[in-house]
Design a protein around this ligand. Structure first.
Ligand SMILES: Nc1nc2c(c(=O)[nH]1)N[C@H]1C(S)=C(S)[C@@H](COP(=O)(O)O)O[C@H]1N2
Ligand SMILES: [Mo]
Length: 512
């Protein structure tokens, strides 16, 4: 074999790329695109300082960047393997096939696909295209020795045509099969609603007419008082949300208790401690003025009841929630006695969407979103202080929401200008925290008290607005600060989200 390392590397990268496309086509057979599962395994196993650094450097693009690196890394590994291979032993089609099958099976296993007939078919589907690409390029190389540019162009075309047709094939399959993955799960969820409607007492809520918000606070740029489920932000450690089957799912309540038990999805929904609650959730990573905040309507069962039913032993201190994706969080047992901590199974007017934790998740009012375990599988009462997922990565354990106020909307009607936004804060007890909001439209030189919307719920944000006459000005530097019910002014001091949430006044230039 007289090929140069560059040529061999190029062939290896092309074959690796076609292999990735093959894995993509095989995904429905093995329950997902294997590189995604590999990237997730990296997230879960990587040490805390590394994931924190990655999120710090890349923000929420950390996950796509990681997936991209896994894809590029696989193609690069394949290139390297091809460069060193001919030196190790003579190339034979049989050996190439065996190695391909072995590598594919290993990737499926590492990605958590159980060995099954579907997986065997998946291996065949994933291995055949790169095998053919490899043969094509190997024969091309031995039959004639075209100049390097022509050779590389041929390698590129094989990679491009191979990958393109495979991805096209998969798209056609998805369309034909009526979609897979998240779309499919959504369909299942909708079915469940119709059959299981009996239990909860939330059935009578009106969803047709306007929500509880005051329409005077609805103007350009303002968020709805109650956030529709589809508009609520999504943050978690997964590249793809876990797809939990509600038929086989159960919520186990155990640990340091006298009478452990489990609840099925139907039993949870039919539980008589079900309540409805409009509640603001904000991610601890949200920067001042950021979008990782929303105020959906939720329905769930009071955690205090669920835990009391298991009869915790003396000396129990923590209630640990475990999730299908390996996530965990802990809330002290004495706080769990509050009646507003829920295991929610509905959001808006339907079941929890997959990305928000289907079939059930925890809600802890007044705390940052990280306390609110999605895809919950187990409630463990513990006699020891539990070290939670983000806590072990250097974030605040209590995670009480800092007093915050954001500028969102601005509107002009003739000479009249109205600016507005939202304000929220958590307390140890989590009850309504905002007493007043002050706003400046001149960069902080002068301040006025804003109008506050009447509270729509004890744990919901307050919308605010401020109208003033401005016949001959169109640019304003709006600054906002909230006052707590203890009379404390929201701190002006800027701090970064890590470890306890951002602080500082939100300041925004607007032109109306
Ligand atoms: N199982 C699980 N629960 C989780 C997370 C997660 O990664 N896994 N992320 C948490 C974080 S950091 C936030 S801000 C909220 C976000 O919930 P949402 O996506 O429904 O808005 O979920 C929390 N619950
Ligand atoms: Mo978060």
């Amino acid at each position: 074999m007289h090929s140069t390392p560059v040529r061999r590397g190029a062939v290896g990268a092309a074959v690796g790329t076609v292999w990735l496309a093959g894995l993509y086509v095989a995904a429905p057979l093995v329950g997902g695109f294997a590189p995604v599962a590999l990237a997730e395994a990296i997230i879960v196993r990587s040490p805390g300082w590394l994931s924190t650094l990655a999120v710090g450097l890349l923000g929420f693009s950390a996950k796509p960047v990681l997936l991209g690196s896994v894809l590029v890394g696989i193609a690069a590994l394949s290139a390297v393997a091809r460069i060193v291979w001919p030196r190790v032993r003579p190339e034979t089609p049989l050996l190439a096939g065996v190695l391909g099958v072995g590598a594919t099976a290993a990737v499926f296993l590492a990605a958590g696909a159980p060995p099954s007939p579907g997986a065997v078919l998946g291996v065949a589907v994933a291995v055949t295209p790169p095998y053919l690409a490899d043969r094509l390029l190997s024969t091309a190389r031995t039959s004639s020795e075209p100049d390097r540019r022509r050779f590389l162009r041929r390698v590129g075309s094989v990679a491009l045509v191979g990958t393109g047709s495979l991805v096209g094939l998969r798209a056609a399959f998805d369309r034909f099969a009526g979609g897979s993955g998240r779309g499919g799960a959504g369909g299942d969820v909708a079915d469940d609603v119709e059959t299981n409607d009996g239990g909860a007492d939330a059935g009578g809520t009106s969803q047709s007419t306007a929500g509880p918000g005051d329409p005077r606070f609805d103007f350009a740029g303002m968020p709805a008082a109650v956030t529709p489920a589809e508009d609520h932000y999504v943050v978690d450690i997964n590249i793809r949300p876990p797809d939990v089957d509600s038929d086989s799912w159960s919520l186990d309540v155990d640990g340091a208790v006298e009478s452990p038990y489990g609840l099925s999805y139907d039993e949870l929904r039919a539980h008589d401690a079900s309540v409805e609650q409009i509640m603001t959730m904000v991610c601890v990573s949200n920067t001042v003025g950021g979008d990782l905040v929303g105020t959906p309507r939720w329905t769930g069962v009071q955690l205090s009841d669920l835990v009391a039913d298991a009869d915790p032993v003396d000396g129990a201190v923590d209630v640990v929630t475990h999730a299908a994706d390996g996530y965990s969080e802990a809330v002290p047992l004495d706080i769990v006695e509050r009646e507003d901590i829920l295991i929610a199974y509905e959001m808006g007017s339907g079941p929890l969407p997959t990305e928000h934790g289907f079939p059930a998740r925890l809600l802890v009012p007044g705390r940052y979103g990280m306390k609110m375990t999605k895809w919950i599988t187990r409630i463990e009462v513990s006699t020891a202080d539990h070290e939670a997922y983000w806590e072990s990565r250097g974030w605040d354990e209590e995670a009480v929401v800092n007093t915050m106020s954001y500028v969102r909307g601005a509107e002009r009607d003739g000479d009249r200008v109205t600016v507005g936004g939202v304000a929220f804060g958590g307390l140890e007890t989590g009850v309504e925290e905002i007493a007043a909001v002050e706003v400046s439209v001149d960069g902080g030189d002068s301040w006025r008290e804003a109008e506050l919307e009447a509270p729509i719920a004890p744990h919901a944000w307050r919308r605010w607005r401020h109208a003033f006459d401005a016949p001959d000005r169109s640019e304003f530097e709006v600054v906002v600060r909230a006052i707590t019910r203890e009379g404390e002014v929201q701190t002006e001091e800027r701090s970064s989200p890590r470890p306890s949430g951002a602080t500082g006044w939100h300041r925004r230039s607007i032109r109306v």
